[in-house]
Structures are given as structure tokens and as C-alpha cells.
Design a protein around this ligand. Structure first.
Ligand code: ZN
Length: 149
């Protein structure tokens, strides 16, 4: 059995106060051992900051850390996305759409869509990301750890 322990508000705020920090986190989640081109497997890349793309130096394939995820083509700052994931998981009683929209200065409809996607993303086992990964929760194993993740 795995027990998760979330990081505190202060730790979270310190880690993810900019889009760049959030994107770096997604990068590490996708390529934990460093960049690997999804097209040719090459490991060198250059970063194009205008469009936030990682271009393979060999085949020129442009990879994005948000493609294939709930963050794909979002116009909302990743900081806000991360905060919703945090808020949704830090209070067992749950948080209302209205509360999220007020706290994060989002339109109600936008907050609704984002929360819907996050919930869907968290229940999707085939997702490329374990969304909870952004929370940097400490996994504590109790008893047998043979089940794996
Ligand atoms: Zn390549």
C-alpha cells in the first residue's frame, strides 16, 4: 500500500511560481533520464523558447512537453493548472468550481473545463503523465512494495 504525503502550500508556491518552472517539471516527468527524441531516439536537442518546443538536433523533430496531455494547447498559464491539481488533491472534502475560479482568477467556464480535464487525466491509466507527479508527493510504502506503481 502506498501512502502519499503532499508538499505544503509554501513548498508548492516556491517550486512552481512561473510557467518555466512548471514546464521544467513536465520535462523531467516526460524525460526522466534526459531528452529522447520520440521520432529517432537521439538525445541532443535545442530549445525554442518562442513556441516552447524541444527540437531534435538530428532529425529536427519538434517535441513538446504538453502534447498528448491535458495541458495541450492551453491558453491558461501552467502555474494555474498546477495550482488546480494541487487544490483538488490537498483537500479531501473537494473544492468547488466557483472557489477555484475565484482563487485563481479564472472564468467559471474555464475553471470548469480545466477541472474536468484534470479529473479525467487523473483517472486515465494510459496517460503519459501521472498528474499527481506535479505535486511531488512523497511515496511511503507500507507492507509489500512488490505491486509496483
Ligand atoms: Zn530525432
Amino acid at each position: 500500500m502506498v501512502v502519499y504525503e503532499a508538499i505544503t502550500f509554501f513548498e508548492f508556491q516556491k517550486k512552481y511560481y512561473s510557467d518555466e518552472l512548471c514546464r521544467n517539471k513536465l520535462f523531467k516527468m516526460r524525460w526522466s533520464d534526459g531528452f529522447i527524441c520520440p521520432h529517432c531516439g537521439n538525445k541532443t536537442y535545442s530549445f525554442h523558447s518562442t513556441r516552447n518546443l524541444y527540437q531534435c538536433k538530428k532529425c529536427k523533430y519538434q517535441a513538446s512537453v504538453t502534447s498528448g496531455t491535458i495541458f495541450h494547447k492551453t491558453r491558461v498559464s501552467l502555474v494555474k493548472w498546477f495550482w488546480i491539481i494541487y487544490l483538488l488533491n490537498s483537500d479531501k472534502r473537494g473544492i468547488s468550481i466557483l472557489e477555484v475560479s475565484k482563487k485563481l482568477e479564472l472564468r467559471y467556464a474555464t475553471a470548469w473545463t480545466m477541472m474536468h480535464k484534470i479529473r479525467e487525466g487523473m483517472s486515465d491509466r494510459d496517460s503519459k503523465y501521472d498528474l499527481l507527479g506535479v505535486l511531488d508527493m512523497n511515496e511511503t510504502f507500507i507492507g509489500s512494495s512488490s505491486e509496483g506503481k
